[in-house]
Design a protein around this ligand. Structure first.
Ligand SMILES: Cc1cc2nc3c(=O)[nH]c(=O)nc-3n(C[C@H](O)[C@H](O)[C@H](O)COP(=O)(O)OP(=O)(O)OC[C@H]3O[C@@H](n4cnc5c(N)ncnc54)[C@H](O)[C@@H]3O)c2cc1C
Length: 344
């Protein structure tokens, strides 16, 4: 038995999913979100589908706390802040932005509409598709301690987003890698305490200067140590018990124990591939008419895999999609200086 609200929400979701969009973008990284803005700006009915629970792709996943210096107009911006700007820009044109869905297959139906199927069997229909899904999807290795899922998102995290939440708090970082050292150093000045836990004797993939910085910091380093038990009431975690029996008070735990990577299935979708990516020309067209590519997913001679590159390619992909959908469409929008979103 489901209640009325759940039933209505389910029906709305089914209607949303069976609507035919002009452009559907697979991947909500910086490229996909910017493509959504550009596509909406060109008055195309647009949808973005992202696997992760949050948008931002690699920037959100790998380096939200780091400053990026090579995006035009931003003389140093954190990954998190850049992602917010790109997402806000996309939302100016109200695209449908779906999260937590992985596209498993793309099929071109007899009438030329693309049918995209997600990992739970749901479908999306679109006249054109832009692939902005990078090299595939990533999942962090979860913390292997009983009950950890209870505190995930609230107190157990797998990226360092939203640094404000760590201010004045007791933080534990669990990692064998340089990522754990980076996170610990990034937080030592804002947190009350930072404990870095490594279950083996040495850190992987570190330079000497990383270790020097770590040793000179106020971070407490615990080698050959592991968390054995999370102590809390199921709502709030208060402390953890370590392998040696010690109990440490903690407010937040950050975990980086490696990644599970699932490569994109571009070849299975009928797309030509080169080094796991999709070869394109300057029009960002793939070998399948109606499927366009942008960002890290695309490959061509002298390609740079950078955020700004993805933005430019997103524009070209959207312009090609616009002309595919309507051969009379303009090949580009020359100026947005007096554009309709100017007052927003
Ligand atoms: C450590 C590091 C530092 C970097 N530093 C810089 C820098 O300083 N400056 C710079 O310009 N670039 C930098 N880069 C490169 C930059 O991050 C990438 O070029 C950029 O993020 C690519 O964006 P994208 O949107 O094309 O792909 P991604 O960011 O990879 O986004 C692709 C999205 O698609 C989603 N996805 C994949 N498959 C599916 C599917 N089947 N269904 C639904 N969703 C799917 C993924 O979950 C992901 O969110 C750095 C990269 C790394 C790893």
């Amino acid at each position: 038995m489901i209640d009325t609200y759940t039933y209505i929400a389910k029906m709305e979701e089914e209607i949303r999913m069976s609507e035919v969009f002009d452009v559907t973008i697979i991947g909500g990284g910086t490229t996909g979100m910017y493509a959504a803005f550009y596509s909406g700006m060109r008055d195309l009915k647009t949808k973005v589908i992202e696997y992760q629970p949050d948008f931002g792709g690699k920037v959100s996943f790998f380096y939200p706390e780091k400053k990026i210096y090579d995006v035009g107009g931003f003389p140093g911006v954190t990954g998190e802040a850049l992602v917010k700007e790109v997402e806000d820009q996309a939302n100016l044109v109200d695209p449908v932005m779906a999260k937590g869905e992985k596209i498993k297959s793309i099929e071109k139906t007899e009438n030329g509409t693309f049918r995209l199927e997600n990992d739970s069997g749901g479908e999306h229909l679109s006249k054109a598709v832009i692939i902005a899904s990078g090299m595939g999807t990533f999942d962090m290795q979860p913390l292997q301690v009983e009950g950890s899922e209870t505190y995930e998102k609230k107190q157990i995290h797998y990226t360092i987003q939203n640094r404000k939440q760590y201010e004045g708090k007791k933080i534990m970082v669990i990692s064998q890698s340089r990522v754990g050292i980076d996170w610990s150093l990034a937080l030592e000045n804002i947190a009350d305490e930072v404990h870095l836990i490594n279950r083996v004797e040495e850190f992987k993939a570190v330079y000497e200067h990383d270790m020097d910085q770590l040793k000179a910091s106020s971070v407490s380093i615990h080698l050959n140590q592991e968390v054995e038990k999370l102590n809390g009431d199921g709502q709030i975690m208060k402390s953890v018990t370590m392998k040696d029996g010690a109990e440490l008070e903690v407010d937040h735990i950050l975990v980086y124990e490696g990644l599970n990577i699932e490569k994109s299935m571009y070849a299975e979708w009928g797309l030509e591939t080169e080094k796991g990516r999709i070869p394109v020309g300057t029009d960002m067209c793939s070998n399948i008419e109606g499927i366009f590519v942008a960002g890290d997913a695309a490959i061509y001679p002298s390609k740079t895999m950078l955020i700004a590159t993805g933005f430019t390619e997103a524009m070209a992909a959207v312009n090609s999609a616009a002309m595919y959908l309507d051969p009379k469409a303009k090949s580009q929008v020359y100026s947005t200086v007096i554009y309709k979103y100017a007052d927003q």
